[in-house]
Design a protein around this ligand. Structure first.
Ligand code: GLC
Length: 448
């Protein structure tokens, strides 16, 4: 064959090269467009997560309480009658979110219990038809976010333990098996995809925060199609990593990375106490200092924080949560320059604490852990430091380079004298202006 039709083979090879190059170019274009749509998210650093639903009425675990049989499904669903939203003030919510410095908010449009916060056209539970609130609570919230210039996120549970066509129900009982009743599963696919489509058409969320994907495969959810349909309506929508492999970023949940995650984009989602929804019996609130420390740690490692609150059934936000949000906002107002729009900081080993950098890396921000003052040290910085300012103040600090050997490429140690008088209430930030883009020495002293 090969000898007989040499031109045909050359043609095939040429076509193959052409297609491969074409595919590579296509891949690059895709990567470029993902990078550009992810830019606001990379700069945003802080989002507020809201778990609001009927579970706030009894103050029990969102959806999981009936799934784990702490309460019967029927009793769980009775909470709908207590879900009044009588003091719900979406403008106040949006203003509070704005005050924190957050750039986006993600609300549970539908949790695993199946109750939609908007009047879904699909035959299923929703806040207008089935709860005491009797009104759409999603639309006014998104409108208030728009007003404040905050990006809109839609949490949406793929699995729906209350839907008659969903196989899963309680931890030890299922409704049916997909293999035995494929048409029933197709009805569910049609149903949940229509709900996504309703939200997408009505509000065009900037971000989709899927959850519950673990119960089914990408094929079963039709993840590729779900993604394509969202992007067909809103091409710049960002999709979280809970769509069985079809998302844009990773979502470690209540788990704190120690080494810098390898993903381009990631977001730590975290509760203010130990629960996502309103839980009056849970007083294990993190302090503002702890929340700020965790936030800075995530940002320093190139991630975002999605900080959760759980409003009550009447729409009021527990005072402990308001306190945390306001303190975080106060700190961000003073120190936000070191957070928003920055990139991950120095690799571990240069400074005993978190850090960030400006995008051009001419500026390094050092976050002093545990209210440190006194002489702090930076190692392996080849640059000259032009200026050190305490962020959010007009104070400038002195530094000293110690142990620089004239003939050695190893930089000296930088000691910065942090006066106790400049200490922030929570976390002091130093802004180091460098002579050139940051250059680091990462060797082992004279040994290499
Ligand atoms: C988990 C839980 C859910 C919660 C979510 C938030 O996946 O199932 O209850 O809403 O985490 O990240």
């Amino acid at each position: 064959m090969i000898k007989k039709y040499p031109f045909k083979n050359i043609l095939i090879v040429a076509l193959l090269i052409l297609f491969t190059n074409e595919a590579r170019a296509q891949q690059k274009t895709n990567a470029d467009s993902i990078r550009s749509k992810m830019q606001w998210f990379a700069d945003a650093k802080l989002g507020i997560f809201i778990h609001w639903g009927m579970y706030s009425v009894n103050g029990i675990d969102e959806s999981w309480s009936f799934y784990n049989k702490k309460i019967s499904h029927a009793d769980y669903m009775k909470q709908m009658k207590g879900f009044t939203a009588s003091k719900y003030n979406p403008e106040e919510w949006a203003a509070l979110i704005k005050e924190t410095g957050a750039r986006y908010a993600v609300i549970t449009t539908k949790h695993h219990d199946g109750m939609a916060l908007w009047p879904t056209k699909q035959k299923h539970f929703n806040v207008v038809a089935n709860t005491a609130a009797k009104r759409d609570v999603l639309q006014p919230f998104y409108a208030a976010l728009d007003q404040q210039g905050i990006k809109k996120g839609a949490y949406f549970s793929l699995l729906d333990w209350s839907h008659p066509d969903y196989p899963g129900f309680l931890k030890d009982s299922n409704r049916y098996k997909i293999a035995e009743e494929p048409a029933r599963w197709q009805r569910f696919q049609q149903f949940f995809q229509s709900q996504i489509n309703e939200i997408n058409t009505a509000y065009k969320p900037d971000l989709w925060w899927f959850d519950g994907d673990w119960e089914k495969s990408a094929d079963e959810w039709q993840s590729e199609k779900v993604r394509a349909q969202i992007l067909a309506i809103k091409p710049t929508a960002i999709i979280n990593g809970r769509l069985q492999g079809y998302g844009d970023y990773e979502t470690p949940e209540q788990n704190f990375p120690v080494t810098k995650p390898k993903f381009n984009w990631w977001e730590l989602c975290m509760t203010t106490n130990n629960n996502w929804g309103y839980h009056p019996d849970d007083s294990a609130y993190k302090t503002p200092f702890e929340v700020i420390t965790i936030f800075v740690d995530a940002v320093s490692n190139g991630g975002n924080l999605l900080l959760d609150i759980g409003p009550k059934g009447d729409g009021t936000i527990p005072p402990e949560q308001i306190h945390i949000l306001k303190e975080l906002g106060k700190w961000n107002k003073k120190n936000g320059e070191a957070i928003f729009g920055t990139i991950a900081g120095l690799p571990q080993g240069h400074f005993y604490g978190p850090s960030t950098m400006s995008k051009d890396s001419m500026t390094v921000y050092l976050f002093l852990p545990a209210q440190t003052s006194g002489n702090v040290m930076v190692k392996g910085l080849v640059n000259d430091i032009k200026d050190i300012e305490v962020v959010g103040t007009a104070q400038h600090l002195q530094h000293k380079v110690v142990g620089k050997i004239s003939w050695s490429p190893v930089p000296g140690l930088v000691f910065i004298n942090v006066l106790a008088s400049v200490k922030d209430e929570y976390m002091t930030v130093l802004k180091l202006t460098l002579d050139k883009p940051v250059k680091l020495y990462r060797g082992q002293g004279g040994l290499n």
